[in-house]
Design a protein around this ligand. Structure first.
Ligand code: NAP
Length: 234
C-alpha cells in the first residue's frame, strides 16, 4: 500500500493496536504517522514498531491535542513534510467521569477539545491543505448513543463525534472520501479503567478487537460497509 496512515492517540490501547495491525498486515502503509503526548509507554511503543515494521516508515509526533494552535501547526507540518494523508483514524480520547455537581467547566472544555475539536481540526485543516482522504474513521463510543450517569462530559463529546461524523460523511462523499464513525463498547484499556476501575478487563473486548474492525474498513471489503455509526461491542 503506497499510502499514509495517521492515527491519533497511538501510544496505547486501540490506537496502538490499530497501528500494529496495519504495519503487520498484508498490505502495510508506506508511512504511519502517530500522535500522542510524550510518555515512556509511547517511547516503548515506537521502539517496538520500528523493530517490526520493515516496509512502513514510522513517524511520530508528541502533542497535547487539547492545544488547538499546536494541532493546527502539527497538521500544517504533516501536510508539508509528508504529503497526502490517505487514512485518518481520529482515535485519541479523554475522560474524567464525575457527577454533574463536580464538573469543572475547564475540564468539560478539555474533553470537547480532545474528543471533538481535535478530530474536526485534523479534517478541516488537512482539507485546507488540499488533502484528499480515502477514509476517515472517527472513534466515538456507545456512551455517545446513550448517556451514562456520571459521564456527562464524555457522553456529550461522543454524541457530538457521532453527529459530526455524519455531516463529514455526507459532505465529503463527493470527493470519494468514506467517513465511518465507530462506537466501541467496553474495551480493556487505560481509559476504560478510568470509567470502570473495578471491572475485570479479561471479561470485556480487547483493543485488538476494535483495531481489527478499523483494519477491515481500510481493506477492499471495507468499502461495502455502509454505516454512519458502526457499533462494535461484545
Ligand atoms: N476503552 C473503551 O471502553 C472505549 C469505549 C468506547 C470508545 N472508546 C474510545 O476509544 C478511543 C481510544 O481510547 P482507548 O480506550 O484505546 O484508551 P487509551 O488506551 O487510554 O488510549 C487513549 C489514547 O488517547 C491519547 N490521548 C488522550 N488525551 C490526549 C491528549 N490530550 N493529547 C494527545 N493524545 C491524547 C492517549 O495518549 P497519551 O495519554 O499517551 O497522550 C492514548 O494514546 C477513545 O476515543 C475512547 O474514547 C474507548
Amino acid at each position: 500500500m503506497s499510502k499514509t496512515l495517521l492515527v491519533t492517540g497511538a501510544s496505547k490501547g486501540i490506537g496502538l493496536e490499530t497501528v500494529r495491525r496495519f504495519v503487520a498486515g498484508d498490505d502495510p502503509p508506506a508511512k504511519a504517522i502517530l500522535v500522542a503526548r510524550p510518555s515512556a509507554e509511547y517511547s516503548e511503543a515506537l521502539k517496538e514498531l520500528a523493530s517490526v515494521s520493515s516496509s512502513t516508515e514510522i513517524v511520530s509526533y508528541e502533542l497535547d491535542l487539547a492545544d488547538r494552535d499546536a494541532v493546527l501547526d502539527l497538521v500544517r507540518t504533516i501536510a508539508s513534510d509528508h504529503g497526502n494523508v490517505d487514512l485518518l483514524v481520529n482515535n485519541a480520547g479523554y475522560t474524567k467521569p464525575v457527577p454533574i455537581q463536580q464538573i469543572d467547566f475547564a475540564d468539560f472544555e478539555r474533553t470537547m477539545a480532545v474528543n471533538v475539536y481535535a478530530p474536526f481540526t485534523f479534517v478541516q485543516e488537512l482539507l485546507h491543505q488540499g488533502n484528499h482522504f480515502e477514509l476517515i474513521v472517527n472513534i466515538a463510543s456507545t456512551a455517545g448513543i446513550n448517556g451514562r450517569s456520571g459521564w456527562l462530559t464524555y457522553s456529550a463529546s461522543k454524541a457530538a463525534v457521532i453527529n459530526m461524523s455524519e455531516v463529514m460523511r455526507e459532505e465529503l462523499a463527493i470527493y470519494g472520501t468514506r467517513v465511518v464513525c465507530i462506537s466501541p463498547g467496553r474495551t480493556a484499556t487505560a481509559l476504560r479503567r478510568v470509567l470502570a476501575p473495578d471491572e475485570d478487563p479479561s471479561t470485556i473486548m480487547q483493543p485488538g478487537d476494535v483495531a481489527t474492525v478499523i483494519e477491515m474498513l481500510a481493506s477492499p471489503v471495507g468499502r461495502f460497509v455502509d454505516s454512519a455509526n458502526l457499533v462494535v461491542r461484545q
